[in-house]
Write a protein that binds this ligand. Structure first.
Ligand SMILES: [Zn+2]
Length: 506
Protein backbone atom coordinates (compact mmCIF):
# COMPACT_ATOMS: atom_id res chain seq x y z
CA UNK A 1 0.00 0.00 0.00
CA UNK A 2 1.03 3.59 -0.20
CA UNK A 3 -0.64 6.70 1.11
CA UNK A 4 0.29 10.31 0.36
CA UNK A 5 1.22 12.13 3.44
CA UNK A 6 -3.14 -14.89 0.10
CA UNK A 7 -3.54 -16.90 -1.48
CA UNK A 8 -5.65 -20.10 -1.24
CA UNK A 9 -5.01 -23.29 -3.10
CA UNK A 10 -7.43 -23.84 -5.92
CA UNK A 11 -8.47 -27.29 -4.84
CA UNK A 12 -12.10 -26.64 -5.63
CA UNK A 13 -13.78 -28.19 -8.60
CA UNK A 14 -16.52 -26.33 -10.46
CA UNK A 15 -19.04 -28.42 -8.62
CA UNK A 16 -17.82 -27.23 -5.24
CA UNK A 17 -17.60 -23.68 -6.56
CA UNK A 18 -21.27 -23.86 -7.45
CA UNK A 19 -22.07 -24.71 -3.84
CA UNK A 20 -20.23 -21.75 -2.31
CA UNK A 21 -21.90 -18.64 -0.95
CA UNK A 22 -23.48 -16.43 -3.59
CA UNK A 23 -23.26 -12.71 -2.79
CA UNK A 24 -25.56 -10.33 -4.64
CA UNK A 25 -24.51 -6.70 -4.24
CA UNK A 26 -27.06 -4.14 -5.38
CA UNK A 27 -25.83 -0.55 -5.80
CA UNK A 28 -28.92 0.77 -7.59
CA UNK A 29 -31.22 1.39 -4.59
CA UNK A 30 -29.50 4.51 -3.29
CA UNK A 31 -26.13 6.20 -3.61
CA UNK A 32 -24.90 5.61 -0.05
CA UNK A 33 -25.70 1.99 0.72
CA UNK A 34 -24.83 -1.43 -0.59
CA UNK A 35 -27.77 -3.85 -0.33
CA UNK A 36 -26.30 -7.31 0.02
CA UNK A 37 -27.96 -10.69 0.01
CA UNK A 38 -26.04 -13.92 0.51
CA UNK A 39 -27.48 -17.25 -0.59
CA UNK A 40 -26.34 -20.24 1.43
CA UNK A 41 -26.74 -23.27 -0.85
CA UNK A 42 -25.26 -25.81 1.55
CA UNK A 43 -26.44 -26.05 5.16
CA UNK A 44 -24.13 -24.64 7.80
CA UNK A 45 -23.36 -26.66 10.91
CA UNK A 46 -25.11 -25.84 14.20
CA UNK A 47 -21.97 -24.16 15.54
CA UNK A 48 -21.19 -22.24 12.36
CA UNK A 49 -23.49 -19.27 12.83
CA UNK A 50 -20.86 -16.51 13.17
CA UNK A 51 -20.81 -14.15 10.23
CA UNK A 52 -17.61 -12.14 10.41
CA UNK A 53 -16.83 -8.74 8.90
CA UNK A 54 -13.21 -7.66 8.52
CA UNK A 55 -11.36 -5.95 11.38
CA UNK A 56 -8.59 -5.17 8.89
CA UNK A 57 -7.36 -6.38 5.50
CA UNK A 58 -3.99 -7.55 4.14
CA UNK A 59 -1.62 -4.76 3.16
CA UNK A 60 -3.56 -1.97 4.90
CA UNK A 61 -1.82 -2.18 8.31
CA UNK A 62 -4.86 -0.30 9.60
CA UNK A 63 -7.73 -1.15 11.94
CA UNK A 64 -10.95 -0.79 9.95
CA UNK A 65 -13.77 -2.57 11.84
CA UNK A 66 -16.14 -2.89 8.90
CA UNK A 67 -18.91 -4.05 11.25
CA UNK A 68 -19.39 -0.35 12.06
CA UNK A 69 -20.83 0.24 8.59
CA UNK A 70 -23.28 -2.71 8.62
CA UNK A 71 -26.98 -2.45 9.47
CA UNK A 72 -30.23 -4.33 9.11
CA UNK A 73 -28.57 -7.74 9.25
CA UNK A 74 -31.16 -10.52 8.86
CA UNK A 75 -31.14 -14.27 8.38
CA UNK A 76 -33.90 -16.39 6.84
CA UNK A 77 -34.79 -20.06 6.61
CA UNK A 78 -35.90 -21.73 3.38
CA UNK A 79 -39.54 -20.73 3.98
CA UNK A 80 -38.44 -17.09 4.20
CA UNK A 81 -39.04 -16.90 7.94
CA UNK A 82 -36.65 -14.67 9.86
CA UNK A 83 -34.16 -16.33 12.24
CA UNK A 84 -32.90 -14.64 15.38
CA UNK A 85 -29.57 -12.84 15.00
CA UNK A 86 -27.40 -10.94 17.43
CA UNK A 87 -24.79 -8.27 16.77
CA UNK A 88 -21.52 -8.80 18.64
CA UNK A 89 -19.53 -5.57 18.35
CA UNK A 90 -17.37 -4.64 16.64
CA UNK A 91 -17.47 -7.03 13.69
CA UNK A 92 -19.69 -10.07 13.83
CA UNK A 93 -23.24 -11.37 13.96
CA UNK A 94 -24.39 -14.72 15.27
CA UNK A 95 -27.38 -16.54 13.84
CA UNK A 96 -29.34 -18.58 16.36
CA UNK A 97 -30.12 -21.56 14.09
CA UNK A 98 -27.45 -21.48 11.40
CA UNK A 99 -28.28 -25.00 10.17
CA UNK A 100 -31.67 -23.64 9.08
CA UNK A 101 -30.36 -20.50 7.37
CA UNK A 102 -30.59 -20.33 3.58
CA UNK A 103 -30.13 -16.60 3.12
CA UNK A 104 -28.83 -13.54 4.90
CA UNK A 105 -29.34 -9.93 3.94
CA UNK A 106 -27.74 -6.74 5.21
CA UNK A 107 -26.92 -3.18 4.26
CA UNK A 108 -23.45 -1.60 4.32
CA UNK A 109 -22.86 2.13 4.23
CA UNK A 110 -20.18 3.25 1.78
CA UNK A 111 -16.99 4.36 3.55
CA UNK A 112 -16.46 7.49 1.39
CA UNK A 113 -19.57 9.31 2.59
CA UNK A 114 -19.90 7.88 6.09
CA UNK A 115 -18.38 9.79 9.01
CA UNK A 116 -16.72 7.77 11.75
CA UNK A 117 -15.23 9.11 14.98
CA UNK A 118 -12.04 7.03 14.87
CA UNK A 119 -10.06 4.84 12.46
CA UNK A 120 -11.34 6.33 9.18
CA UNK A 121 -10.82 3.80 6.37
CA UNK A 122 -8.25 4.97 3.80
CA UNK A 123 -10.12 5.87 0.62
CA UNK A 124 -8.18 3.40 -1.54
CA UNK A 125 -9.29 0.64 0.82
CA UNK A 126 -12.88 1.88 1.02
CA UNK A 127 -16.12 1.88 -0.95
CA UNK A 128 -18.23 4.34 -2.90
CA UNK A 129 -21.50 4.51 -4.78
CA UNK A 130 -22.62 7.40 -6.94
CA UNK A 131 -25.00 7.66 -9.90
CA UNK A 132 -22.36 6.74 -12.45
CA UNK A 133 -20.04 4.30 -10.66
CA UNK A 134 -19.24 2.12 -7.69
CA UNK A 135 -15.94 1.19 -6.05
CA UNK A 136 -16.02 -2.06 -4.10
CA UNK A 137 -13.05 -3.11 -2.03
CA UNK A 138 -14.79 -6.36 -1.26
CA UNK A 139 -13.83 -6.60 2.44
CA UNK A 140 -15.85 -3.40 3.01
CA UNK A 141 -19.02 -5.02 1.64
CA UNK A 142 -18.65 -8.77 2.21
CA UNK A 143 -18.14 -10.97 5.26
CA UNK A 144 -17.74 -14.73 5.71
CA UNK A 145 -18.93 -17.47 8.02
CA UNK A 146 -16.18 -18.32 10.50
CA UNK A 147 -14.67 -21.65 9.58
CA UNK A 148 -15.40 -20.99 5.90
CA UNK A 149 -12.83 -18.31 5.08
CA UNK A 150 -11.22 -20.55 2.49
CA UNK A 151 -14.43 -21.66 0.75
CA UNK A 152 -15.06 -20.58 -2.84
CA UNK A 153 -17.75 -17.98 -3.46
CA UNK A 154 -19.51 -16.05 -6.19
CA UNK A 155 -20.37 -12.38 -6.52
CA UNK A 156 -23.08 -10.78 -8.62
CA UNK A 157 -23.02 -7.02 -8.96
CA UNK A 158 -26.25 -5.22 -9.79
CA UNK A 159 -25.16 -1.86 -11.16
CA UNK A 160 -26.15 0.65 -13.80
CA UNK A 161 -26.93 -0.24 -17.39
CA UNK A 162 -23.93 -0.15 -19.72
CA UNK A 163 -21.47 0.10 -16.87
CA UNK A 164 -17.98 -1.15 -17.60
CA UNK A 165 -16.50 -3.34 -14.86
CA UNK A 166 -12.84 -3.88 -14.02
CA UNK A 167 -11.49 -6.51 -11.62
CA UNK A 168 -8.82 -9.20 -11.54
CA UNK A 169 -11.54 -11.73 -10.64
CA UNK A 170 -12.71 -14.10 -13.34
CA UNK A 171 -16.17 -13.38 -14.63
CA UNK A 172 -18.50 -16.00 -16.09
CA UNK A 173 -21.91 -14.86 -17.38
CA UNK A 174 -21.68 -11.67 -15.33
CA UNK A 175 -20.87 -13.53 -12.11
CA UNK A 176 -17.47 -13.18 -10.45
CA UNK A 177 -15.91 -16.28 -8.96
CA UNK A 178 -13.38 -16.28 -6.13
CA UNK A 179 -11.48 -19.23 -4.71
CA UNK A 180 -11.92 -17.98 -1.14
CA UNK A 181 -12.86 -14.95 0.94
CA UNK A 182 -9.16 -14.00 0.88
CA UNK A 183 -9.15 -14.15 -2.91
CA UNK A 184 -12.23 -11.89 -3.06
CA UNK A 185 -10.58 -9.39 -0.69
CA UNK A 186 -7.52 -9.51 -2.93
CA UNK A 187 -9.64 -8.40 -5.89
CA UNK A 188 -11.35 -4.99 -5.80
CA UNK A 189 -14.11 -4.20 -8.30
CA UNK A 190 -14.54 -0.86 -10.05
CA UNK A 191 -17.66 -0.42 -12.18
CA UNK A 192 -19.37 2.45 -13.92
CA UNK A 193 -18.65 5.07 -16.51
CA UNK A 194 -15.03 3.99 -17.05
CA UNK A 195 -12.40 4.26 -19.76
CA UNK A 196 -10.20 1.26 -20.52
CA UNK A 197 -6.86 0.51 -22.13
CA UNK A 198 -4.62 -2.53 -22.43
CA UNK A 199 -1.08 -3.46 -23.28
CA UNK A 200 1.42 -6.27 -22.75
CA UNK A 201 4.67 -6.27 -20.80
CA UNK A 202 6.75 -9.13 -22.14
CA UNK A 203 3.89 -11.65 -22.45
CA UNK A 204 1.84 -10.40 -19.53
CA UNK A 205 -1.47 -8.71 -20.42
CA UNK A 206 -2.02 -5.45 -18.51
CA UNK A 207 -5.47 -3.87 -18.23
CA UNK A 208 -6.32 -0.38 -17.05
CA UNK A 209 -9.75 0.85 -15.93
CA UNK A 210 -10.29 4.47 -14.94
CA UNK A 211 -13.09 6.41 -13.33
CA UNK A 212 -12.53 10.16 -13.48
CA UNK A 213 -15.31 12.27 -12.02
CA UNK A 214 -14.46 15.33 -14.13
CA UNK A 215 -13.01 13.41 -17.05
CA UNK A 216 -9.50 14.82 -16.66
CA UNK A 217 -7.90 11.37 -16.68
CA UNK A 218 -8.39 8.44 -19.00
CA UNK A 219 -6.87 4.99 -19.28
CA UNK A 220 -4.98 5.62 -22.54
CA UNK A 221 -3.15 8.67 -21.13
CA UNK A 222 -2.34 6.83 -17.90
CA UNK A 223 -1.03 3.88 -19.87
CA UNK A 224 1.23 5.97 -22.06
CA UNK A 225 2.72 7.53 -18.91
CA UNK A 226 3.26 4.11 -17.35
CA UNK A 227 4.87 2.32 -20.28
CA UNK A 228 8.49 3.15 -19.38
CA UNK A 229 7.85 2.25 -15.75
CA UNK A 230 6.37 -1.13 -16.71
CA UNK A 231 9.35 -1.90 -18.91
CA UNK A 232 11.82 -0.81 -16.22
CA UNK A 233 9.98 -3.07 -13.73
CA UNK A 234 10.23 -5.98 -16.09
CA UNK A 235 13.98 -5.44 -16.51
CA UNK A 236 14.46 -5.20 -12.76
CA UNK A 237 12.45 -8.37 -12.09
CA UNK A 238 13.65 -10.24 -15.19
CA UNK A 239 10.40 -12.19 -15.21
CA UNK A 240 7.12 -10.82 -13.87
CA UNK A 241 5.68 -13.20 -11.26
CA UNK A 242 2.11 -12.67 -12.54
CA UNK A 243 0.33 -13.86 -15.69
CA UNK A 244 -2.02 -10.85 -15.87
CA UNK A 245 -2.40 -7.54 -14.06
CA UNK A 246 -5.15 -4.92 -13.69
CA UNK A 247 -4.81 -1.25 -12.65
CA UNK A 248 -8.00 0.32 -11.25
CA UNK A 249 -7.90 4.14 -11.08
CA UNK A 250 -10.41 6.40 -9.39
CA UNK A 251 -10.00 10.19 -9.54
CA UNK A 252 -12.17 12.61 -7.62
CA UNK A 253 -11.75 16.39 -7.22
CA UNK A 254 -12.35 16.74 -3.47
CA UNK A 255 -11.20 13.66 -1.58
CA UNK A 256 -12.68 13.54 1.91
CA UNK A 257 -10.02 11.24 3.40
CA UNK A 258 -6.56 9.77 2.91
CA UNK A 259 -5.91 9.00 -0.75
CA UNK A 260 -3.32 6.63 -2.19
CA UNK A 261 -3.18 3.12 -3.52
CA UNK A 262 -3.51 -0.46 -2.34
CA UNK A 263 -1.78 -3.48 -3.81
CA UNK A 264 -3.18 -6.90 -4.60
CA UNK A 265 -1.81 -10.07 -6.17
CA UNK A 266 -3.11 -9.34 -9.67
CA UNK A 267 -4.32 -5.76 -9.43
CA UNK A 268 -3.95 -2.47 -7.60
CA UNK A 269 -6.53 0.16 -6.72
CA UNK A 270 -5.82 3.93 -6.77
CA UNK A 271 -7.94 6.68 -5.28
CA UNK A 272 -6.33 9.99 -6.13
CA UNK A 273 -7.18 13.68 -6.25
CA UNK A 274 -8.45 14.88 -9.60
CA UNK A 275 -5.95 17.68 -10.12
CA UNK A 276 -4.84 19.00 -13.49
CA UNK A 277 -2.95 16.18 -15.22
CA UNK A 278 0.32 18.14 -15.42
CA UNK A 279 3.55 16.38 -16.30
CA UNK A 280 4.59 16.55 -12.65
CA UNK A 281 1.31 15.06 -11.37
CA UNK A 282 1.34 12.30 -13.97
CA UNK A 283 4.89 11.47 -12.83
CA UNK A 284 3.66 11.23 -9.25
CA UNK A 285 0.81 8.94 -10.32
CA UNK A 286 3.29 6.72 -12.15
CA UNK A 287 5.60 6.61 -9.11
CA UNK A 288 2.71 5.30 -7.03
CA UNK A 289 1.88 2.73 -9.71
CA UNK A 290 5.53 1.62 -9.72
CA UNK A 291 5.32 1.06 -5.96
CA UNK A 292 2.07 -0.93 -6.14
CA UNK A 293 3.22 -2.97 -9.10
CA UNK A 294 6.41 -3.99 -7.27
CA UNK A 295 4.25 -5.43 -4.50
CA UNK A 296 3.76 -8.47 -6.74
CA UNK A 297 7.19 -9.37 -5.28
CA UNK A 298 6.58 -8.51 -1.63
CA UNK A 299 4.41 -9.06 0.31
CA UNK A 300 2.51 -10.91 -2.39
CA UNK A 301 5.24 -13.48 -3.16
CA UNK A 302 7.51 -13.06 -0.13
CA UNK A 303 5.73 -12.87 3.23
CA UNK A 304 5.47 -14.61 6.57
CA UNK A 305 2.79 -17.01 7.75
CA UNK A 306 0.98 -14.08 9.41
CA UNK A 307 0.16 -12.68 5.96
CA UNK A 308 -0.39 -16.12 4.38
CA UNK A 309 -3.16 -17.17 6.79
CA UNK A 310 -4.69 -13.79 7.22
CA UNK A 311 -6.54 -13.03 10.44
CA UNK A 312 -9.61 -10.89 9.61
CA UNK A 313 -10.90 -11.16 13.19
CA UNK A 314 -7.95 -9.75 15.12
CA UNK A 315 -5.38 -7.41 13.51
CA UNK A 316 -2.02 -9.22 13.81
CA UNK A 317 1.12 -7.28 12.89
CA UNK A 318 4.10 -8.85 11.12
CA UNK A 319 7.47 -7.38 12.09
CA UNK A 320 8.59 -7.56 8.47
CA UNK A 321 6.74 -4.44 7.35
CA UNK A 322 10.23 -3.03 6.60
CA UNK A 323 10.37 -5.63 3.79
CA UNK A 324 6.78 -5.37 2.53
CA UNK A 325 6.66 -1.58 2.33
CA UNK A 326 10.20 -0.24 2.88
CA UNK A 327 11.93 -2.49 0.35
CA UNK A 328 9.03 -2.05 -2.08
CA UNK A 329 9.31 1.74 -1.93
CA UNK A 330 13.10 1.58 -2.45
CA UNK A 331 12.79 -0.88 -5.34
CA UNK A 332 10.01 1.06 -7.06
CA UNK A 333 12.24 4.17 -7.05
CA UNK A 334 15.60 2.66 -7.93
CA UNK A 335 14.22 0.50 -10.74
CA UNK A 336 13.20 3.73 -12.49
CA UNK A 337 16.73 5.10 -12.08
CA UNK A 338 18.39 1.86 -13.16
CA UNK A 339 15.94 1.56 -16.06
CA UNK A 340 16.85 5.03 -17.34
CA UNK A 341 13.39 6.50 -16.65
CA UNK A 342 14.59 8.82 -13.86
CA UNK A 343 17.97 10.67 -14.06
CA UNK A 344 20.57 10.47 -11.27
CA UNK A 345 19.90 14.02 -10.04
CA UNK A 346 16.15 13.34 -9.63
CA UNK A 347 16.78 10.04 -7.91
CA UNK A 348 19.09 11.43 -5.24
CA UNK A 349 16.85 14.46 -4.71
CA UNK A 350 13.49 12.69 -4.47
CA UNK A 351 14.42 9.25 -3.21
CA UNK A 352 17.25 10.16 -0.84
CA UNK A 353 17.37 13.84 0.20
CA UNK A 354 13.60 14.38 0.46
CA UNK A 355 13.08 11.13 2.31
CA UNK A 356 15.82 12.03 4.81
CA UNK A 357 14.11 15.36 5.54
CA UNK A 358 10.60 13.86 5.79
CA UNK A 359 11.81 11.11 8.15
CA UNK A 360 13.23 13.72 10.48
CA UNK A 361 10.67 16.53 10.25
CA UNK A 362 7.32 14.78 9.92
CA UNK A 363 7.79 11.68 12.03
CA UNK A 364 9.27 10.59 15.34
CA UNK A 365 12.60 9.19 14.17
CA UNK A 366 13.09 7.40 17.49
CA UNK A 367 10.60 4.74 16.30
CA UNK A 368 12.37 1.73 14.81
CA UNK A 369 10.95 0.09 11.69
CA UNK A 370 10.09 -2.88 13.88
CA UNK A 371 8.11 -0.65 16.22
CA UNK A 372 6.26 1.03 13.32
CA UNK A 373 5.21 -2.49 12.25
CA UNK A 374 4.21 -3.65 15.72
CA UNK A 375 2.04 -0.61 16.48
CA UNK A 376 0.50 0.27 13.11
CA UNK A 377 -2.95 -0.95 14.18
CA UNK A 378 -3.05 1.45 17.16
CA UNK A 379 -3.98 5.11 16.91
CA UNK A 380 -0.49 6.37 17.89
CA UNK A 381 1.12 3.86 15.53
CA UNK A 382 -1.13 4.97 12.67
CA UNK A 383 0.47 8.45 12.95
CA UNK A 384 3.99 7.00 12.48
CA UNK A 385 2.99 4.39 9.89
CA UNK A 386 3.65 6.68 6.91
CA UNK A 387 7.36 6.78 7.77
CA UNK A 388 7.72 3.23 6.46
CA UNK A 389 7.81 4.86 2.98
CA UNK A 390 10.61 7.24 4.03
CA UNK A 391 12.75 5.70 6.74
CA UNK A 392 11.88 2.19 5.47
CA UNK A 393 12.98 3.08 1.96
CA UNK A 394 16.24 4.70 3.15
CA UNK A 395 17.10 1.66 5.25
CA UNK A 396 16.41 -0.66 2.30
CA UNK A 397 18.69 1.52 0.17
CA UNK A 398 21.53 1.29 2.70
CA UNK A 399 20.99 -2.45 3.02
CA UNK A 400 21.48 -2.62 -0.76
CA UNK A 401 24.74 -0.65 -0.50
CA UNK A 402 25.99 -2.85 2.35
CA UNK A 403 25.20 -6.01 0.39
CA UNK A 404 26.97 -4.66 -2.70
CA UNK A 405 29.99 -3.77 -0.57
CA UNK A 406 30.14 -7.15 1.21
CA UNK A 407 29.72 -9.08 -2.05
CA UNK A 408 32.34 -7.00 -3.82
CA UNK A 409 29.76 -5.63 -6.23
CA UNK A 410 28.15 -8.92 -7.26
CA UNK A 411 24.95 -9.11 -5.22
CA UNK A 412 22.78 -6.28 -3.95
CA UNK A 413 19.29 -6.18 -2.46
CA UNK A 414 17.65 -6.70 -5.87
CA UNK A 415 19.53 -9.95 -6.39
CA UNK A 416 18.72 -11.10 -2.84
CA UNK A 417 15.02 -10.28 -3.39
CA UNK A 418 14.97 -12.35 -6.59
CA UNK A 419 16.59 -15.23 -4.68
CA UNK A 420 13.85 -14.91 -2.05
CA UNK A 421 11.13 -15.12 -4.72
CA UNK A 422 12.68 -18.40 -5.87
CA UNK A 423 13.12 -19.72 -2.35
CA UNK A 424 9.62 -18.80 -1.14
CA UNK A 425 7.01 -17.56 -3.63
CA UNK A 426 3.24 -17.90 -3.60
CA UNK A 427 1.84 -20.32 -1.04
CA UNK A 428 5.24 -20.82 0.62
CA UNK A 429 5.65 -18.23 3.41
CA UNK A 430 8.85 -17.62 5.35
CA UNK A 431 8.85 -18.00 9.13
CA UNK A 432 8.03 -14.75 10.90
CA UNK A 433 10.31 -15.46 13.87
CA UNK A 434 13.39 -16.77 12.04
CA UNK A 435 13.41 -14.62 8.92
CA UNK A 436 16.06 -12.15 10.09
CA UNK A 437 18.40 -15.03 10.87
CA UNK A 438 17.49 -16.76 7.59
CA UNK A 439 18.43 -13.57 5.77
CA UNK A 440 21.78 -13.38 7.60
CA UNK A 441 22.43 -17.06 6.82
CA UNK A 442 21.87 -16.51 3.09
CA UNK A 443 24.00 -13.33 3.03
CA UNK A 444 26.74 -12.20 5.45
CA UNK A 445 27.13 -12.08 9.26
CA UNK A 446 27.51 -8.27 9.05
CA UNK A 447 23.91 -8.07 7.81
CA UNK A 448 22.88 -9.19 11.31
CA UNK A 449 24.42 -6.02 12.74
CA UNK A 450 22.71 -3.92 10.07
CA UNK A 451 19.32 -5.45 10.92
CA UNK A 452 19.95 -4.95 14.63
CA UNK A 453 20.88 -1.27 14.28
CA UNK A 454 18.50 0.01 11.61
CA UNK A 455 15.46 -2.32 11.56
CA UNK A 456 15.12 -3.69 15.08
CA UNK A 457 16.45 -0.51 16.67
CA UNK A 458 16.46 3.15 15.71
CA UNK A 459 20.16 4.03 15.48
CA UNK A 460 20.66 7.32 13.61
CA UNK A 461 20.78 6.55 9.88
CA UNK A 462 24.37 6.55 8.48
CA UNK A 463 23.70 8.76 5.45
CA UNK A 464 27.21 10.10 4.92
CA UNK A 465 29.03 6.86 5.72
CA UNK A 466 26.92 4.76 3.35
CA UNK A 467 26.72 7.22 0.46
CA UNK A 468 30.51 7.62 0.59
CA UNK A 469 30.87 3.86 0.13
CA UNK A 470 29.47 4.30 -3.40
CA UNK A 471 31.39 7.48 -4.15
CA UNK A 472 28.69 10.04 -3.37
CA UNK A 473 29.35 13.22 -1.41
CA UNK A 474 26.72 14.06 1.19
CA UNK A 475 26.56 17.70 2.27
CA UNK A 476 23.97 19.08 4.60
CA UNK A 477 23.03 22.53 5.88
CA UNK A 478 19.84 22.47 7.94
CA UNK A 479 17.12 21.12 5.68
CA UNK A 480 19.24 21.53 2.55
CA UNK A 481 20.87 18.32 1.43
CA UNK A 482 23.20 18.08 -1.52
CA UNK A 483 24.21 14.64 -2.84
CA UNK A 484 26.56 14.44 -5.80
CA UNK A 485 29.19 12.19 -7.35
CA UNK A 486 32.73 12.58 -5.98
CA UNK A 487 35.25 14.16 -8.33
CA UNK A 488 38.04 11.75 -7.40
CA UNK A 489 36.52 8.48 -6.16
CA UNK A 490 38.73 5.52 -5.25
CA UNK A 491 38.64 2.45 -7.50
CA UNK A 492 36.43 0.70 -4.96
CA UNK A 493 33.99 3.64 -4.84
CA UNK A 494 33.95 3.84 -8.63
CA UNK A 495 33.19 0.13 -8.92
CA UNK A 496 30.42 0.24 -6.32
CA UNK A 497 28.79 3.30 -7.93
CA UNK A 498 28.78 1.51 -11.24
CA UNK A 499 27.11 -1.66 -9.91
CA UNK A 500 24.70 0.40 -7.79
CA UNK A 501 23.57 2.28 -10.91
CA UNK A 502 22.45 -0.74 -12.92
CA UNK A 503 20.67 -4.07 -12.79
CA UNK A 504 23.41 -6.66 -12.32
CA UNK A 505 23.41 -9.50 -14.85
CA UNK A 506 21.90 -12.69 -13.41
ZN1 LIG B 1 2.80 -0.42 -0.46
Amino acid sequence: MKNLLLIAFALCSNLVLGQGLMYTIDVTKNTDTFFVSVDIPKNLGKSEGTFQFAATAPGTYQTQNIGRYVSNFKAFNKKGKELKVEYIAPNHYTISKPHKATKITYEVAETFDTQVSSYPVYMMCGSSIEEDHTLINTHTVMGYFRGHQSDPLQIKLIGGENWITGSALKQIDGIFTAESFDHAVDSPILSGNLTTAQTKVADTPIQIYTYSEQGKFNSEALLSNMKDMLEASQKFLVKLPVDQYTFLYYFLPNPTGTTGAWEHSYSSEYVLGEQEPTEQYMKQVTDIASHEFFHIVTPLNIHSEIIESFNFVEPTPSEHLWLYEGVTEWASNILLYRGGVVPFEDYVKNSLATKIIVNENYFDKSWSLKEIAARSFNEDGAKQYGNIYYKGSLVAGYLDIRLLELSNGTRGLREVMLELVKKYGKGNPFTEKTFFQDLVDMTYPEIGDFIHDYIQNAEPLPHQEYLEKIGLNYKREGNKIDIRKMVNPTDQQKMLLEVWSKNLPL
